[in-house]
Write a protein that binds this ligand. Structure first.
Ligand code: NDP
Length: 408
């Protein structure tokens, strides 16, 4: 149904490209382009060995808009799938506009010099995409991504309104390293050290984000397939789009689990200044401490072989039942096994749970199941075809009714 150009060659890209190759009737041609061509070639070799599909590779700096525009024109894809870093979102969107090609990503744009997670920069592209008859789909990973589709599925099939929503992200995997992050360390640590924010309507009026210090609010939760874990409230970008597209939401929060060793290491790194994102002068050269830290930490893509355990990510939503039976609470989630993900694609479950929805979002666009002119979030489309593909493409989900709303 169409050719894709995938930008970036990390763990998420590797999973997405393997899964695209497993769906050749949808993805009729695949090219990967990234800063380091050796990483593109390694993914292409693995895809050839596992799936027998040829993937073309190119070197590109995705922040060089003229070079990227020329590459898009030369490759001639129907869709550009951005699996590089959030810093490149706007330049890749610019190149898609210049070349007249659709766009998809898994994380909202972040400026390099300040850790802000907002859709406003990308929403500002809506008219330019609409006028050119092009589509951009934002945040097609797991969270953001599947967590929003889960909420919209509940709104379509179970709940007339969603009054309260909690997103619970648990990684119960153990990679055997004293300290390592499961996706890009720089992006991960910027996210975790930012102040927490949740959406709340005080007194039923309006609605606003309420800020609290990073990692200050924690609670223990017993995750199916994993067991009890401490989860911390933090800000996550889908809260912004959920608050926009589910206007009746009275409260929306995001929780992520972290082990004690992770918190201890992070606290020390923060206290000594290693998580700073402003440049410091070292031997006459400006370096950003967090970027240096990334350089000495294990590459997330190398953790797959040793990671054991499961992830469990889902939504708990409370609202008025569609069938008129009063207030109900539902828990919808996926459990993914690290070793199973590694056996299938050579990557651990955090990359897998992001790369599979990136492939499914791309499939929605290439097949026309999701279409529109402009910039869109996941909440704006019919959840059913996406949810059906989750079940067939390696991320099956379950939904259960809980006896009561969450008590935390
Ligand atoms: P990695 O760091 O493993 O990979 C990023 C890739 O982008 C690398 O290959 C890197 O190249 C490449 N890249 C960086 N800068 C440029 C540039 N200027 N031009 C071209 N290529 C560039 O990250 P992950 O695979 O872990 O994550 C990929 C994306 O997925 C990130 O945006 C992340 O935020 C997002 N994500 C989303 C999740 C979700 O659920 N929605 C969850 C997890 C991640 P090089 O190898 O040379 O450094």
């Amino acid at each position: 149904m169409g050719k894709v150009l995938v930008i970036g060659a990390g763990g998420v890209s590797s999973v997405a490209v393997h899964k695209m190759a497993m769906n050749p009737e949808i993805f009729t041609g695949i090219t990967i382009a990234s800063r380091t061509i050796g990483k593109c070639d390694a993914i292409a070799a693995s895809v050839k060995a596992r799936c027998g599909v040829d993937v073309a590779t190119h070197a590109i700096d995705a922040e060089d808009v003229p070079a990227l525009t020329a590459l898009i024109r030369a490759v001639g894809p129907k869709l550009v799938v951005n699996l590089a870093l959030p810093y490149q979102d706007l330049t890749i969107m610019d190149a898609c506009l210049a070349a007249g090609v659709d766009y998809l990503d898994t994380a909202n744009y972040e400026p390099k010099d300040v850790a802000r997670f907002e859709y406003k920069w990308q929403w500002a592209y809506h008219d330019r995409f609409r006028e050119k008859g092009l589509m951009a789909l934002l945040g097609s990973g797991f969270d953001p991504g599947v967590t929003s589709v889960f909420a919209m599925w509940l709104k379509k099939h179970k709940l007339k309104t969603i009054r309260r929503l909690d997103i619970l992200d648990c990684n119960g995997g153990d990679h055997g390293q004293p300290f390592a992050t499961n996706f890009n360390p720089e992006i991960n640590i910027r996210e975790v050290t930012a102040p927490a924010r949740h959406w709340e309507k005080i007194g039923g009026e309006g609605g606003a984000f309420v800020e609290s210090p990073a990692m200050a609010n924690k609670v223990s939760f017993d995750f199916a397939g994993v067991g009890p874990k401490t989860m911390y409230m933090m800000y996550h970008e889908e809260l912004e789009s959920l608050a926009r597209f589910i206007p009746e939401l009275e409260r929306a929060r995001f929780w992520m689990t972290f082990g004690d060793a992770y918190i201890q290491h992070l606290t020390v790194l923060q206290n000594v200044g290693m998580t700073r994102i402003d440049p410091v002068l070292f031997n006459g050269v400006e370096i950003v401490p967090l970027q240096f830290l990334k350089a000495v930490l294990p590459e997330p893509s190398t953790l797959g072989a040793t990671t054991r355990g499961k992830t469990n990510i889902g939504d708990i939503a409370t609202g008025e039942a569609l069938d008129g039976s009063g207030e109900k609470t539902f828990y919808i989630r996926n459990i993914c096994d690290h070793e199973g993900a590694y056996a299938e694609t050579g990557n651990q479950a955090v990359s897998y749970t992001t790369g599979v929805p990136a492939m499914i979002g791309a499939a929605m666009m290439l097949t026309g199941a999701w279409k529109g002119d402009g910039v869109f979030n996941m909440e704006q489309f019919d959840p059913d075809p996406f949810m059906a593909m989750l079940n067939t493409q390696g991320l099956p989900w379950t939904v259960e009714e809980l006896p009561a709303p969450v008590d935390f």
